[in-house]
Design a binder for this molecule. Structure first.
Ligand SMILES: Cc1cc2nc3c(=O)[nH]c(=O)nc-3n(C[C@H](O)[C@H](O)[C@H](O)COP(=O)(O)OP(=O)(O)OC[C@H]3O[C@@H](n4cnc5c(N)ncnc54)[C@H](O)[C@@H]3O)c2cc1C
Length: 287
């Protein structure tokens, strides 16, 4: 199916856009988590959001969930790891599936553009963001896996079932992956090594570990690596007042476009983006 719009992220910016696009009867493919925004969930008290005085973050997320359900919106619980612009619109990779959409709305929240040195250059050449898509390439091989959050440990487990040996790196303590072929935190990654393909990782102490592939699993992929050619300023996606990016048919809203990092701004931008998308789609139909 070719959707009218693919929305990436399930924070306030995306929710606002999804509600408006649904009212305009657009077909929506919405990627993220049914738990919605972890940032909202963390807020103890939200004092500057109109209409819900002194609401807690978890309470606001509960209200959002109710509204999403009432609107009949569905969330596809997948992380988008790659977007490619095509002549007809966009192809998106979510897990091991490829999806097709006429437009894309990026509501990914603020994501650090920093990766490991070598990561961006070797992405697709031995560096992967997706265990289910590329894990099958490494039966009996040695791989390095960076697992950026506990919630992705099942991906590391899956890779350890396939590969012969796994160097597993976690930025947190008490990793739950315990297998004989997993060497947990042999150090901290300084860089990913290789000229035309990933061949190893260099650790902070200068040690080199030879590997056949490197998996980097983080809660979010920096927008510049998600969609090649997307104009970025520092960590922010460059947009105009219509929330258009430099890629025709691709829009962005919320924290990912820059400060202030505030709910009201995210919700407002999501609404503007939705209206711009509706207009863009009607122009496409006229062509
Ligand atoms: C502790 C704390 C307290 C705060 N208090 C307030 C406050 O009182 N008032 C206020 O106005 N603001 C407050 N904020 C800021 C507010 O939460 C943010 O401005 C707001 O959540 C931004 O919304 P967003 O939709 O742009 O992004 P986010 O809420 O960050 O949501 C982005 C979502 O996109 C998902 N995502 C990212 N990449 C992908 C991908 N590739 N595939 C699928 N999903 C993806 C993320 O997992 C996340 O769920 C607070 C923030 C924090 C952290």
């Amino acid at each position: 199916m070719r959707y009218d719009v693919a929305i990436i992220g399930t924070g306030p910016a995306a929710i606002s856009a999804a509600l408006t696009l649904k009212l305009h009867n657009k077909t929506i493919l919405w990627f993220g988590s049914k738990k919605l925004s972890p940032k909202v969930e963390l807020s103890e008290r939200i004092a500057n959001y109109p209409g819900v005085a002194m609401v807690t973050g978890p309470e606001l997320n509960r209200l959002y969930r109710e509204q999403i359900e009432q609107a009949g919106l569905e969330i596809t619980e997948r992380q988008v790891t790659n977007i490619a612009s095509t002549r007809r619109g966009f192809m998106l990779q979510g897990g091991d599936e490829i999806y097709d959409a006429k437009t894309v709305l990026l509501c990914t929240g603020a994501v650090s553009p920093k990766g490991f040195p070598g990561e961006a250059e070797l992405l697709g050449h031995g560096v992967s963001y997706c265990a289910t898509c590329d894990g099958f390439l490494y039966p009996g091989k040695t791989i390095a896996v960076y697992c950026g959050a506990k919630e992705f440990e099942h991906e590391a487990e899956y890779l350890a079932e396939i590969a012969a040996k796994v160097y597993l790196f976690t930025p947190y303590a008490d990793c739950g992956v315990k297998r004989e072929n997993v060497i947990l935190n042999p150090g901290k990654i300084r860089a990913i090594l290789g000229d035309s393909a990933a061949e190893g990782v260099e650790l902070q102490d200068g040690t080199r570990l030879d590997v056949d592939g490197v998996f980097v699993i983080r809660p979010a992929v920096a927008p510049g690596r998600l969609l090649r050619g997307l104009e970025i300023d520092g960590a922010n996606i460059v947009v105009n007042r219509r929330m258009e990016t430099n890629k025709p048919g691709c829009y962005a809203a919320g924290d990912c476009t820059g400060r202030p990092y505030q709910l009201a701004k995210a919700v407002g931008e999501g609404n503007v983006a939705a209206h711009s998308i509706v207009e863009y789609l009607s122009q496409l139909e006229c062509k």
